[in-house]
Design a protein. Structure first.
Length: 353
């Protein structure tokens, strides 16, 4: 085998195995016949073309759910759960609106700052509305439009979050920073699901009706325990927000500490339930690992993971670090769980599950 052929074969190894089995030798013959006399290395253009083709075919297989890999299904499941959690976060925002309306200052007392105050409390409303529209498009089966919308919204969110992180003293930078948390990770996961898998609707079918209803119940619980109305009901037994604002500070601090403890317990319970629901299949386990990209920052935000682990880095870069560490640790767990079954399958000559 010549050096040129060996190098071409290494490049062709980037293609999926089924594609190589069907077209590999033919592609190699064409490449070798077009080579110059004495050529020992593929040209840069040929190498780039082969790598681009391999990437395009692999992405096509991912989007169609082909090739036997569990990752397309995992991205589909993750996309469905990410959209559910984004809608739940939007619902939390809507439920909290009456409280923020109550605490807004009256026009005579604002000194001309009422528009800024309104933007501070309600500036993310278009973002949540956009994801409601994307979810409706998915429900109606208009995946192409939903994909375009998700890409546009997520790109704008990333740009705005980077602006808020790098220019925190500029106008509206705080609004960008507010979007650089778990919602950004969820938006990226939902968008990746639309680009790299059969989509969230396919993920819902893979989960089945029982688990879809369970996911809805978990999302509803997370919404309930992150809203001011429930806090007011537990604190005072009514929804009088004005009285809650003016109540005794020591009592408010005591109830806030209890509320934080209750929230942490609900988040931990939700994580356990999601883990139990997704651990049954290879696709579900990988979806659980992908969800760790969004869950790890959330665990830091609710003080279940020490905040000092991530230092004082900017919000977006912290989000990336937290998500990457969460995914890496989750995949270690997945590999550890699957290793015994893979070993048994190899001993019996069966393909691993």
């Amino acid at each position: 085998m010549s050096a040129l052929e060996s190098r071409y074969r290494r490049l062709l190894a980037c293609y999926p195995a089924d594609h190589r089995a069907e077209h590999g030798e033919e592609m190699l013959d064409v490449l070798l016949s077009a080579a110059r006399p004495g050529q020992r290395r593929p040209s840069a253009a040929d190498a780039a073309d082969l790598l681009y083709g391999a990437l395009r075919i692999r992405l096509r297989h991912l989007a169609a759910g082909e090739g036997g890999s569990p990752w397309p299904g995992a991205f589909s499941i993750t996309g469905f759960l990410a959209v559910c959690l984004l809608l739940a976060d939007g619902l939390r925002f809507a439920v909290n609106v009456p409280y923020w309306v109550t605490v807004l200052p009256e026009p005579p007392d604002t000194g001309g700052s009422l528009p800024r105050t309104v933007a501070l409390h309600f500036g993310t409303a278009p973002y949540w509305l956009a994801w409601v529209v994307i979810a409706l498009l998915l429900w109606r089966g208009r995946r192409r439009a939903a994909t375009i919308g998700a890409c546009a919204v997520t790109a704008a969110q990333i740009a705005f979050a980077l602006y808020g992180a790098s220019a925190y003293d500029r106008p509206w930078a705080w609004l960008g920073t507010s979007l650089a948390g778990p919602p950004l990770a969820l938006a990226v996961l939902a968008t990746a699901s639309l680009l790299l898998s059969p989509g969230p609707a396919h993920g819902a079918r893979l989960l089945g009706r029982r688990h879809v209803l369970g996911a809805g119940a978990v999302a509803a619980a997370l919404v309930a325990f992150s809203t001011t109305p429930l806090f007011s009901l537990l604190l005072r037994g009514d929804l009088d927000f004005e009285e809650m604002v003016s109540m005794d500070v020591d009592r408010l601090i005591t109830y806030s500490w209890t509320w934080d403890l209750l929230q942490n317990s609900v988040v931990l319970l939700a994580a356990v339930l999601v883990t139990a629901g997704l651990a049954r299949t290879a696709q579900g386990r990988r979806a659980w690992a992908l969800l760790a990209v969004a869950v790890a920052p959330l665990l830091v935000r609710v003080d279940l993971v020490p905040d000092r682990l991530f230092g004082e880095s900017e919000a977006v870069f912290r989000l990336v670090a937290e998500g990457a560490i969460g995914f890496a640790l989750a995949m270690l767990c997945v590999r550890g769980v699957e290793l015994p079954s893979r070993a048994r399958a190899r001993r019996h000559g069966r393909p691993p599950a």
